[in-house]
Design a binder for this molecule. Structure first.
Ligand SMILES: CC(C)(COP(=O)(O)OP(=O)(O)OC[C@H]1O[C@@H](n2cnc3c(N)ncnc32)[C@H](O)[C@@H]1OP(=O)(O)O)[C@@H](O)C(=O)NCCC(=O)NCCS
Length: 152
């Protein structure tokens, strides 16, 4: 089941986040998103969303993305699946759900940055049709990013 994030998901999210990234997002970032019900409007056209994927009432992954309806662009900011739930199709389901949401919002393109060495994520995005474009030197403190784009 995929649903919008809630405050009570925060502890499970932080465990997944810290196990998934060399530099985890801070607790306060997720807290702020949760406190606003997983949907934060900024300006006239931008909205940030956060969904979780849940199995047997346990959060096993999440995604954060934003849309800009004026530019007709989406941007995936974070996506992670709990370590022992990986390679079971959950990341793919969650990503498909985001892309469905973008299409329903009449968004035409979606972008994201990924660590150059992150084979799992790169394969996942490429399996959905994302195409690598430019390298962004020093995007992460210790590594370059690859910019991926998808035309929806
Ligand atoms: C990237 C991530 C979300 C993938 O989630 P997942 O649930 O394991 O992915 P899925 O099982 O849905 O895999 C879908 C496809 O992605 C690719 N893939 C996923 N993990 C892979 C791996 N370790 N190596 C190679 N390809 C992989 C495969 O093409 C896979 O299809 P297949 O299983 O039929 O071969 C997960 O590895 C993760 O949370 N990583 C840490 C956080 C992260 O890097 N997030 C991305 C930030 S940009």
């Amino acid at each position: 089941m995929i649903r919008r994030v809630r405050l009570e998901d925060l502890d499970e999210i932080m465990l997944i986040e810290r196990a998934s990234f060399p530099v985890a997002w801070e607790y306060s970032i997720f807290l702020n998103i949760c406190l606003q019900g997983g949907q934060i409007v900024s300006g006239e056209s931008r909205v940030l969303f956060m969904d979780v994927i849940e199995e047997s009432t346990k959060v096993i992954g999440y995604a954060v993305w934003e849309t800009d309806t004026r530019l007709s662009q989406g941007h995936i900011l974070n996506l992670a699946i709990q370590v022992d739930e990986r390679r079971k199709g959950k990341g793919s389901i969650l990503l498909s759900s985001i892309l469905g949401h973008l299409r329903d919002s009449n968004i035409r393109t979606c972008h994201l940055e990924v660590r150059e060495s992150n084979v799992a994520a790169r394969e996942l995005y490429e399996s959905k049709g994302f195409v690598a474009s430019t390298k962004i030197p020093g995007y992460y403190f210790d590594e370059d990013a690859i910019l991926y784009s998808l035309t929806l």
